[in-house]
Write a protein that binds this ligand. Structure first.
Ligand code: NZQ
Ligand code: ZN
Length: 387
């Protein structure tokens, strides 16, 4: 097992009727920026619950954080915080709002061009350099509620870039599984597939000796396979909802990644598809993931076979089980409503591979993946296979 440090300071508050605890979680004298998306929290009652809980706090609202949050939008919030001397941010929403708030938190005290936070991948490690924030999660998918990473789009240049650092963990996250009842089917499907792929990025590499991590990963995958199709049809079933939400958090709160190699190339390529064509994040993963497993078959076949045996109960020789496991994955994504080709999700896609390879080249990304052997030629092959 590789050496690791496990640091996760998030106060994770799970279950029904937890939003009322907000008043105790945010310092009483704090001036709060309540940040949210494009309106779902008004329709499903979450805004009411939050503002009722904060009726003794001084609250300023900032709405309009779009899916795949834009740097340009977030900078408006940064300005408000600087002008109004706000000391705490509350993110109420899905991954986009939470990620947006992580960026806002980092940008407020940043000296220089705030776009450099993204372009130069500056790490935020000092609590004093960021504005503290908490979250109320409304969409299980990204794990952003319990990790310190974020993804932000610079709309002007169509770049979707990451930021993070140990100072960017939420102080707390309130995770009430009943909030998923108002999610559109498409977003529920996205949540299952995003969480599933997070596990795959950290699991589907090569055999190693972190036995417990493998079992953690496999149990999350098996649970998502078991509940995914039914939670989409019946999100008000609390048993399904609560297990789904916990799987999504566990998939990307850092735990399963400890001591093991990880890949993340599916996400890196997928982000470009969102930046180019505005395809939902999870849907880009369903397109790229299986083709990446095919192109990197020689590197990944042993772990694919383990995944096939343990997660899909397949038997046979390594190559056959590995191939069947990829087919099972595609089939699962299809059941979850994913269309696994770029052309089914966007138009005029002929230059996609050129564009992505050029971009990676410009950024100096020569190779990626757990063995750093997903070269730009491989990236091209994966993208072209995905047309
Ligand atoms: O904006 P509102 O009105 O809130 O509507 C949202 C949005 O339209 C809606 N929604 C959220 N909760 C709802 C709801 N509608 C009804 N009822 C509810 N309870 O759902 C839509 C999508 O929301 P969004 O936050 O964009 O989705 P998601 O949580 O999937 O987040 C995606 C973003 O997270 C990034 C992605 O790249 C993408 O930008 N990721 C963040 C990660 C992280 N921080 O660790 C890791 C992930 O791999 C991912 O990259
Ligand atoms: Zn993801």
């Amino acid at each position: 097992m590789n050496n690791f440090e496990l640091y996760n300071p998030v106060n994770y508050i799970f279950g029904k009727d937890q939003i009322q605890k907000l008043s105790e979680l945010i310092p009483a004298n704090a001036k709060v920026l309540l940040a949210y998306g494009v309106g779902s929290i008004f329709k499903n009652g979450v805004h009411n619950q939050v503002t009722n809980a904060l009726n003794k706090h001084q609250v300023i609202e900032f709405g309009g954080i779009e899916p795949n949050p834009h740097f340009e939008t977030l900078m408006k919030a940064v300005q408000i915080i600087r002008e109004q001397k706000i000391d705490f941010i509350l993110a109420v929403g899905g991954g986009s709002v939470i990620d947006g708030v992580k960026f806002i938190s980092a940008a407020v005290h940043f000296e220089g061009d705030e776009a450099d936070i993204l372009r130069k991948r500056i790490l935020f490690k000092e609590g004093a350099n960021v504005v503290p924030f908490g979250t109320v999660l409304t969409l299980p998918a990204t794990g952003s509620e319990m990790n310190s990473g974020a993804v932000v789009t610079i709309a002007a240049t169509q770049e979707k870039l990451t930021l993070g650092g140990s100072a960017l963990f939420p102080k707390f996250s309130i995770v009430d599984p009943t909030v998923i009842t108002s999610l559109p089917k498409r977003q529920l499907q996205n949540g299952v597939v995003d969480a599933f792929t997070h596990v795959m990025e950290q699991y589907l590499t090569y055999p190693h000796d972190a036995m417990l991590q493998d079992r953690f990963a496999e149990s999350i995958l098996k649970t998502l396979i078991e509940i995914g199709p039914s939670v989409v049809e019946n999100p008000s079933d609390y048993k399904l909802a609560s297990n789904f939400v916990w799987c999504a958090t566990m998939a990307l709160n850092g735990l399963i990644q400890k001591g093991v190699p990880s890949d993340w190339a599916t996400h890196m390529i997928g982000h470009e598809l969102t930046a180019l064509y505005n395809i939902d994040h999870a849907r880009t993963l369903a397109i790229i993931g299986p083709n990446l497993y095919k192109v990197m078959f020689e590197t990944k076949k042993e772990k694919l076979a383990q995944y096939g045996h343990r997660v899909w109960n397949l038997s046979g020789n390594v190559e056959d089980v590995a191939n069947d496991a990829i087919d099972k994955t595609i089939n699962f994504f299809n059941i979850m409503g994913m269309k696994t080709r770029i052309s089914e999700n966007a138009e005029n896609i002929e230059k996609t591979a050129d564009f992505i390879v050029n971009r990676f080249e410009e950024r100096g990304w020569k190779a990626m993946g757990e063995k750093q052997n997903i070269t730009l030629e491989k990236v091209r092959e994966i993208v072209e296979m995905s047309y």
